[in-house]
Ligand binder design. Structure first.
Ligand code: 13P
Ligand code: 13P
Ligand code: MG
Ligand code: MG
Length: 370
């Protein structure tokens, strides 16, 4: 059976600043999906990471489907009404357009979609991150899909060892979607040269070369590439990306995809979207705290049969990840100890707040040549 997974994620308001959405808002979003989704969707899951709500829908209508996207948009609008009534902070924050048109791309919410013929057993992962940008997934994806030091499946499994084709987007190109395809292992260094720049080059999708050779469905990864700043023209919150990853057989195993998240690598985001902090893998439904962070990512594993979802399995809810979280907390503390200095904050071009530009312009006029 051909099925489509659609994950759409938005910040429509949260309690106590940018911490977490209220139960009432999450419930309203769920009700609205159920009311509007009758006869349209097969199944759904609603969850939150930090202050963002994720809607996962299964259906048979393909990607970028107007009715599916509108369902999520309308549900977020309904949730926003509740958020406003409750006085939540940033109610409707990520809904950047007054009206829905066509599909939800470019309107604010983060989107990841996969369309495929369901395998007899169909495991997949939904990653949702808060207080960071889409490029935060670059390193874990590179390590899981192209580096045998992290994914030994690349040398153990003939199918995985055939390599992968990455589609990478230049997210700072404002005239349209500028993309490049690179295949590993041959072009691994070219890929690394792009993916080192998380703010500019972002993995949009990854396809299995073994599956392509066997004319099977090949797409393993769909990652959101939305830059809110480029849509809104100003800082309205960080992008907080969502990603879907199919696992096993032609694709890396679930544990191989999760492994690189043990690094807690430094990413852009954190307080006011203007800092550098380590990405902490957290349990689903975790809010943020220290310095509006640290940047967090959660991951739910599902299986699928005829479009029906199993209950999710929270893969970062395990004693191993408690140890990782302690290490990442230490890294977060260490970089925050140097405050505004050097690597702790983003370079000027990436600072998300206009205020510093105004301050620098003012100071510039006071400089004199001696
Ligand atoms: P305000 O300037 O509205 O307080 O926003 C700050 C912010 O949202 C960063 O946390
Ligand atoms: P969000 O993008 O998660 O709303 O965070 C905004 C912010 O500025 C936090 O300090
Ligand atoms: Mg917010
Ligand atoms: Mg957020």
């Amino acid at each position: 059976m051909e099925v489509t997974l659609t994950a759409i994620k938005a910040d429509i308001g949260s309690i106590g600043g940018h911490v977490a959405p209220s139960k009432a808002v999450i419930a309203r979003v769920g009700e609205a999906v159920d009311e509007g989704g009758k006869g349209l969707i097969i199944d759904r899951f609603i969850g939150h990471t930090g202050d963002d709500i994720a809607i996962l829908l299964t259906h048979d209508r393909g990607t970028k489907d107007e009715r599916i996207h509108r369902l999520a948009w309308d549900a977020f609008q309904e949730g926003t009404t509740v958020a406003k009534r409750q006085g939540l902070y940033g109610a409707g924050q990520d809904l950047l357009s007054d009206a829905f048109s066509g599909n939800i791309h470019g309107l604010g919410p983060a989107v990841a979609e996969l369309r495929f013929n369901e395998r007899p057993n169909e495991p997949f992962l939904m990653f949702t991150a808060d207080k960071t940008e889409p490029g935060a997934y670059n390193l874990p994806l590179y390590l899981a899909f192209a580096d045998p030091m992290y994914n030994t499946g690349l040398i153990l499994s003939p199918a995985v060892g055939r390599g992968f084709t990455f589609t990478v987007m230049d997210v700072e190109n404002l005239d349209g979607d500028r993309v490049i395809e690179l295949s590993t292992p041959e072009e691994a260094y070219d890929l690394a040269a792009l993916l080192r720049d998380n703010g500019r080059f972002v993995v949009e999708s990854i396809r299995s070369r073994a599956a392509a050779a066997a004319s099977a469905d090949e797409q393993a990864v769909s990652c959101c590439t939305t830059r809110l700043r480029n849509i809104a023209g100003r800082y309205v919150g960080k992008d907080d990306p969502v990603m879907l990853v199919r696992t096993q057989k032609n694709f890396p195993a679930t544990g191989e995809v999760l492994g690189p998240f043990g690094i807690g690598h430094f990413v852009a985001g954190f307080m006011r979207g203007s800092h550098v902090g380590p990405l902490m893998p957290v349990k689903a439904g975790t809010g943020v705290s220290f310095f509006d962070g640290p940047p967090i990512v959660s991951c739910l594993a599902f299986s699928l049969r005829e479009g029906k979802l199993t209950e999710p399995c929270d893969v970062f809810d395990h004693p191993y990840w408690d140890w990782v979280r302690e290490n990442v907390a230490r890294k977060a503390h260490d970089i925050r100890a140097q405050g505004f200095s050097g690597a702790a904050m983003l370079p000027y071009a990436d600072l998300e707040y206009g205020g510093i530009t105004e301050r620098m312009n003012k100071l510039d006029k006071r400089f004199c040549i001696r």
